[in-house]
Design a protein around this ligand. Structure first.
Ligand code: MOS
Length: 694
């Protein structure tokens, strides 16, 4: 056995790359068996009220239409673990787009045609879908997303602000943003001998199985959930969505396998969204730029179905030293779809506001914005007082400034021009917490010097198989090619979802532990291996449950150069450069892809992604990728991701932090700050569409 050194960070190519480009990788709707029925969901067209009647006769007359399921005839659910899964159970319509019927047919075309012929009558209630900063329904929740306290207060913020020689008081607004993974939310469900098998496009088959067991009142041993290949999720597939529940109900009702793909133009109202926010940030500082007061007050929306509170003020508890601090969240329950996770929930929204405000402070002081941040580096985590396990922000700012050429910058606004283009540069910091969940995994000898590793991880496009093989190979002293990896099924050792940038840390920890134990068994074994080979199973319950005395976060710095068309108001991002301190990077190729993917999503957040909701009809106006604009290749001129190697012993055995989300954190602020530098105009509301820039 040869041992090619794979750590740290060999840029191993994704194992499934060829299958994906050759069309051999199978996604949740690709597994539809020949006798399956195709389902077309029917969304509510009112924002509040109830379904009075569904007239299905014309739909059922369409050739190929098999059944129409509504709350009158759909199988009854037990109480689900998430109220958004309570579909086709009663006549209530909590928001526009809520699924009120499912048309099942022999072909997708027939199902869609049938859905168009359903006649649905409603009793309408008044609705309210418009979030304002002073909405009368605002209340302070017990906690924000992630179990964070809604309110934290240290010192006397009002007094410190009143006494501060320099003050910033600014309000930032952003519209809803949508997760639009390339692969829509899809499921194929089949019952056989009382056992349910669901192929679901999810970020974690384990939680989907739990949801199905709860919703269907079924023992989890009678459910298999497979998420073999997943075409992105960005958080929207991190919690169970209605498609596996609807497909399982329909398959039970009809006795046929059922496949369901949410049409793109229904996704915005079904898969969660980044909630709109109104964020007021107040900063007080001395003339030297040292902060004396930080106040970050967030207003956001949830639905009437359940409470979800975007934790946008949470990063202000981590970022800068200040003796006086207030971070609050208030929320109003509107007749809107339930918001949920979208890449870096909390941090992405909150750091837009905080890092824009820091830029405003730098401008007010006439101080370089990199220097301002360096002057406010805390010794310990500001709110908790815990020491950082490692904090690479200053190093990222310095290295980024050097790589970007920041120090040649003329700080005066609107000082650089190229024809009709105004040029400017901006900087913003990034942070994301280090999260980890318990996981299990197994490792076994697999004949001929090969190994087999099993873990119910999910690859949502990140390269999870590849990096897990690297981790196992390192522990086994072998080459990654000698490690076979099985992921993406509840038949494998239980593991958490791909979310919170915690997948590699969680699965990898268990894989590392199982592989290390297997290596020890092999070393201790004398004579030939037994016929069945050697196996080791590992569970990380104890390690991950231990509360760390350290504050653990990844950090980063984003630098942007923008060109603003002084005639049309168009903003082009010419350069975007990020430097990250995220522990050990385990695979340079796939990590770079995660970082730059987040940065590109940040371009969308800054410039094009904003979803207005129609106050009269209560629906999101931009329902597809022709109207909701995400960045394309032409928007991504020069994007660079770099990192600083950190040797942090207070993490997992691989020494890694999460990397999936930090790329989007602060990116929009860096771009907005660059637009301000280019034009002299401070724009606070996202996205920075041409009409707002002019
Ligand atoms: Mo990510 S938004 O935690 O799936």
């Amino acid at each position: 056995m040869t041992h090619a050194p794979q750590f740290p960070g060999a840029p191993v190519v994704r194992r499934e790359a060829r299958d994906k480009v050759a069309g051999a990788a199978r996604y949740a709707a690709d597994v539809a068996p020949p006798d399956c029925l195709y389902a077309w969901p029917v969304p509510a067209t009112v924002a509040a009220g109830r379904v009075v009647a569904v007239r299905a006769v014309d739909a059922l007359a369409v050739p190929g239409v098999h059944t129409v399921l509504t709350h009158d005839n759909a199988p009854r659910l037990k109480e689900p673990d998430d109220p958004i899964l309570w579909v086709l159970q009663d006549d209530r319509v909590p928001h526009h787009g809520w699924p009120i019927a499912l048309v099942l047919a022999e072909s997708l075309e027939a199902a869609r045609t049938g859905a168009g012929r359903l006649l649905v009558s409603y009793e309408r209630d008044e609705h309210d879908v418009t979030l304002t900063g002073d909405h009368p329904g605002l209340y302070t929740p017990e906690e924000a997303n992630g179990g964070q306290p809604a309110v934290r207060e240290r010192g006397d913020v009002d007094r410190a602000l009143a006494q501060a020689p320099v003050r910033i008081d600014a309000t930032y607004r952003m519209e809803a943003q949508h997760n639009h993974p390339m692969e829509p939310h899809a499921a194929t469900a089949e019952w056989a001998d009382g056992h349910l098998t669901v192929h679901d496009s999810s970020q974690g088959a384990t939680p989907v199985r739990e949801s199905l067991a709860r919703a269907l009142g079924l023992d989890r041993d009678r459910i298999t959930v497979v998420s073999e290949h997943v075409g992105g999720g960005f958080g929207s597939k991190g919690t169970t969505r209605p498609q596996p529940v609807l497909a399982a109900m329909a398959a039970r009702h009809t006795g046929r396998p059922v496949t369901l793909v949410f049409p793109r133009n229904q996704m915005a109202e079904v898969v969660g969204h980044r909630a709109p926010t109104v964020q007021r940030v107040r900063l007080g500082a001395g003339l030297d730029g040292v902060l004396t007061a930080v106040s970050h007050e967030v207003v956001t929306q949830t639905s009437t179905v359940k409470e979800f509170v975007e934790q946008a003020a949470v990063p202000a508890r981590v970022m800068y030293a200040s003796p006086h601090s207030r971070t609050t969240h208030r929320v109003a329950a509107l007749d809107v779809p339930t918001p949920s996770w979208m890449r870096a929930p909390g941090e992405a929204s909150g750091m837009y506001a905080l890092e824009s405000a820091m830029d405003e402070l730098a401008c007010a002081l006439g101080l370089d914005p990199v220097e301002l941040r360096l002057r406010n580096e805390p010794e310990t985590e500001p709110d908790s007082g815990r020491p950082f396990s490692s904090r690479g922000l200053a190093a990222c700012l310095r290295e980024g400034a050097a790589r970007f050429g920041w120090h040649d910058r003329d700080p005066r606004p609107a000082a650089r021009q190229e024809g009709r283009w105004l040029l400017g540069t901006g900087v913003a910091a990034a942070t994301y917490p280090v999260l980890v969940s318990r996981s299990s995994a197994s490792a076994a000898t697999d004949g001929g010097g090969a190994f087999r590793v099993e873990v119910n991880a999910t690859d949502i496009g990140t390269g999870a198989r590849t990096v897990l093989a690297q981790i196992a190979a390192d522990a086994l002293g072998t080459d990654p090619d000698a490690v076979r990896i099985a992921i993406g099924s509840t038949d494998l050792p239980t593991a958490p979802l791909a979310g919170g940038s915690s997948g590699t840390a969680s699965w990898g920890w268990a894989v590392h532990k199982a592989a290390t134990e297997l290596a020890a068994r092999i070393a201790a074994h004398t004579g030939p291996l037994p016929a069945g080979g050697l196996t080791a199973r590992a569970d990380t319950e104890e390690e991950t449950a231990a509360d760390s005395p350290y504050a653990r976060h990844a950090f980063g710095a984003h630098f942007a150069e923008t060109a603003v068309d002084s005639v049309t108001g168009e903003v082009r991002v010419r350069r975007l450069l990020g430097v990250y301190a995220a522990g050990r990077i385990l695979n340079a190729r796939t990590a770079r892809s995660q970082f730059t993917g987040g940065m590109i999503m940040g371009i969308g957040m800054a410039l094009t992604e904003g979803s207005a909701i129609d106050p009269v009809f209560g629906d999101f106006v931009a329902k597809d990728l022709a109207s909701y604009h995400v960045p394309v290749c032409a928007d991504t001129a020069d994007i660079q991701a770099h990192w600083i190697d950190e040797d942090d012993r207070h993490l997992n055995p691989m020494g890694s932090k999460g990397i999936g989300e930090i790329g989007i954190v602060g990116t929009a602020a860096a771009i907005g700050n660059a637009v301000r530098h280019a034009t002299g105009a401070r724009l606070r509301d996202l996205p920075l569409t041409p009409d707002t820039v002019l």
